[in-house]
Design a protein around this ligand. Structure first.
Ligand code: FAD
Ligand code: MLT
Ligand code: ZN
Length: 459
């Protein structure tokens, strides 16, 4: 029997007010944060519960209609927006905002997928707990999106990426079935770990509707400093010393002078140092007790450091962090940048960067910054805006090929999305990709969940 038009079915499920089909209502859901990935949705639906989300997915599966899950739409690899065909439905999770009670003894909480990172941490503050993940898009990025991308950010050195912070997930699979495993048991050997599998699946296996999170004690005291260096090599050696001296080190973010200058100029900020330096490492220690004295001892013993600016109050701390966190926006304004979020072993970073610069074509400039302790380099190549696709592919192949030759990963924390799917084979073997396809077919038999994302085309 003909199930009837998908649009009518979706209106019946979520109500007219939350089934958006007018172009101006859909528009914000059809372009990503970078402005580089655009598409067209058949309809945008905003379910208010897991049951509604399940009914939406089942209705799409029955008709073979593709579905794109979208949270805060801050992803940087094009996975959160539909393609240009106008076939796909976008399912926005922004109304899935239930927040459960804080389990104090277990230090866990269950929250709806649409809760933002900032909203979550604000809710947790009176309980003196936090998620242990932080990133500059905190005001918009959702817990569901962060789970779906296995987000990293600035505290991975201490608390790991999102997968380590998740003890359970509730999700709607590609046929509409709901899998819910939210008890948050630390010991639970009862078969496949679906939560871990859904984490990092980028909307290709199911829609995550709720997440059980492991929390950490809130760092009530934080000490922050910007350290200046003669180059990347001494800075990497300095980081090794800091890691030994400061077990509570929770951030070690690097920048280099061209990026810092871009930020200083664009936002009219003042340089924290009287002189320019080639490289900078922003470090932060967070603890439940005042870490100032061990921090001061570690800094005093640091070899090779050229200058240090310590933040003595909250405003000074924000000024130092602004230098680092405004890189993404400043580069977008100077761009569009070709973005590569990659990992290489920290010791290989200087050689890798030298080789990238040597490989780049004339007329391009390479900016870089990132999470040094994780070996996570954010390369942003400017000067590529109007180049033909074939030339962009050539640049991608050269940069990502170098990453692979250094034993790195072509995606450190943003995911594969649409941007890197043709390059997945540089980081994953044929056998692994074939296992991925088997999992995809099992959990999404109609192949409707975010087609064109993560998995490369066959052939
Ligand atoms: P979206 O962008 O909406 O979606 C991202 C992907 O997840 C898509 O494939 C989408 O289909 C899927 N998805 C979203 N929600 C669900 C769901 N409920 N169920 C199933 N699939 C879903 N990332 C980092 O890791 N570290 C950083 O330091 C960092 N810094 C950033 C700074 C800026 C200024 C910006 C703009 C982005 C940054 N990001 C960073 C990238 C981004 O914020 C993260 O990838 C984040 O996890 C995306 O969350 P979101 O809710 O916006 O997801
Ligand atoms: C960051 O660490 O600031 C990000 O992941 C965003 C980016 O790569 O631009
Ligand atoms: Zn990052």
């Amino acid at each position: 029997m003909d199930p009837g038009p998908i649009e009518d079915a979706l209106v019946r499920i979520v109500g007219r007010a939350h089934a958006l089909d007018a172009p101006d209502h859909r528009a914000g859901y059809e372009v990503d944060w970078t402005g580089q990935f655009r598409g067209q949705a058949r309809m945008v639906v905003r379910p208010a519960s897991t049951a509604e989300a399940s009914a939406c997915v089942a209705a799409c599966a029955r008709r073979g209609v593709p579905l794109v899950a979208q949270g805060g739409n801050t992803g940087l690899v094009g996975g959160s927006v539909p393609d240009g065909t106008g076939d796909a439905v976008v399912l926005s999770t922004r109304r899935l905002t239930d927040i459960g009670t804080v389990d104090q003894p277990g230090a866990q909480i269950t929250v709806g997928a649409g809760v933002t990172l900032q909203g979550l941490n604000e809710h947790l503050r009176p309980h003196r707990l936090e998620l242990g993940i932080d990133l500059a898009a905190r005001g918009s990025a959702t817990v569901g999106g962060m789970a779906a991308t296995n987000a990293g950010g600035i505290h991975v050195i201490k608390h790991g990426s999102m997968r380590r912070r998740i003890s359970g997930i509730e999700a709607v699979l590609g046929d509409g079935a709901v899998v819910s495993h939210l008890a948050g048991l630390d010991k639970d050997n009862t078969g496949y770990d679906l939560s871990s599998l859904l984490c990092g699946s980028e909307g290709t296996l199911g829609v995550i509707t709720a997440v059980r999170l492991r929390l950490v004690p809130m760092a009530v005291e934080r000490v922050t400093a910007l350290t200046a260096w003669a180059g990347m090599r001494p800075m990497i050696e300095g980081l090794a010393q800091l890691r030994r001296a400061l077990p509570a080190l929770e951030a070690a973010e690097y920048m280099v002078r061209p990026g810092v200058e871009l930020v200083l100029d664009r936002y009219q900020l003042s340089d924290p140092f009287p002189a320019p330096y080639p490289a900078y490492l922003l470090i932060e220690v967070g603890a439940e007790h005042d870490p100032t004295s061990e921090f001061a001892t570690a800094i005093a013993a640091l070899e090779g450091v050229r200058d240090v600016a310590v933040a003595l109050d909250g405003q000074a701390r924000e000024r130092l962090w602004a230098l680092r966190e405004l890189h993404t926006e400043a580069l977008s304004a100077a761009g569009p940048p070709r973005k590569y979020d990659v990992t290489v072993p920290p010791v290989s970073i200087p050689d890798f960067l030298d080789q990238v610069v040597a490989e780049l074509v004339a007329g391009t400039t390479c900016h870089h910054f990132g999470h040094l302790a994780d070996g996570n380099v954010h390369l942003n190549v400017l000067g590529v805006g109007d180049r033909p696709d074939a030339e962009l592919d050539e640049i991608d192949g050269r940069v990502l090929g170098l990453v692979a030759r250094h034993g790195g990963s072509i995606s450190a924390e943003h995911g594969i999305g649409r941007a890197k799917r043709r390059w997945l084979g540089l980081s994953r073997s044929a056998a692994e990709i074939s296992a991925f396809r088997a999992i995809k077919t099992g959990l999404d038999p109609a192949g409707i969940m975010n087609p064109g994302v993560l998995l490369p085309d066959l052939g």
